[in-house]
Design a protein around this ligand. Sequence first.
Ligand SMILES: Nc1ncnc2c1ncn2[C@@H]1O[C@H](COP(=O)(O)OP(=O)(O)OP(=O)(O)O)[C@@H](O)[C@H]1O
Length: 267
Amino acid sequence: MADFFSVQDISLCLGGRQILDHVSFSVDTPGRVIGLLGPNGGGKTTLLRAICGELPHDGHVFLEGAELAGLRSKELARRVSYIPQQSGISISMSAIDVVLMGFYPKLKLLSQPSADMRAAALRALEQVGMAGLADRDYLTLSGGEKQLVILARTLVEDTKLLLFDEPDSSLDLGNKYRMVRMIMELVHGRPGKAGLICLHDPVLALACCDTLMLLKDGRLICTLQPKTDSVHDMEKAFSEIYGAVRLVAVADPEISNHKRLILLPLL
Ligand SMILES: Nc1ncnc2c1ncn2[C@@H]1O[C@H](COP(=O)(O)OP(=O)(O)OP(=O)(O)O)[C@@H](O)[C@H]1O
């Protein structure tokens, strides 16, 4: 059977420099959250932009057997959400109208979101803790509030492949974990979805992702399975990116007999 999602041999040059170098990976079944980690400039954002078709590239991306490059833009938007670090929204509109944008790929030309869609948008804002700001001008929100509103938009988009670029970058520690946990619950809780998330915090990634991929100099150097890989192997892999590190297991205060891994740089 075909993989749920696969990236085959993506290479890409920008400004005469090779930014992605034959990147391939696959996710055989839905329900997986993959964390993409790597040094600054390693190619993470470029990879997400190539996958969602924003950047021309060599290679192929398949989702449920369909090559994404062959889809019309509206069809692509129904299947794939790409959430960049900055939303790109620069005109005044309410937070709830931003969330309603998530329904646009499902609307017929010139039709307006229905009352049910408005109710669903409000529920999504409630889910991310932003219902109280539904009528506020999106442009006046803080960076972290904007990220939560964009997560609410992603909830209503209800696509199969979610590509998040540092969704936690403006968030405080509590909201960082809440954000990635909500992404995890979305992917695990609704059938037929997978998530690929660029993160800079390996401890957050270890806590919330099913699989980790390490990207350096445009090459996928390692894929880790935090639940089953040995601490020694993971330390070795992380050291390729961060220099010497130690992984320390601490008791999980939420789940008895469970340990969480903390990564300490040996600087
Ligand atoms: N339009 C462009 N022209 C030339 N080089 C580019 C262009 N866009 C990105 N790059 C380069 O591609 C490399 C990868 O950039 P990318 O943004 O994908 O890295 P990243 O892993 O997401 O980094 P960070 O963690 O800092 O966000 C960088 O060296 C960057 O300078």
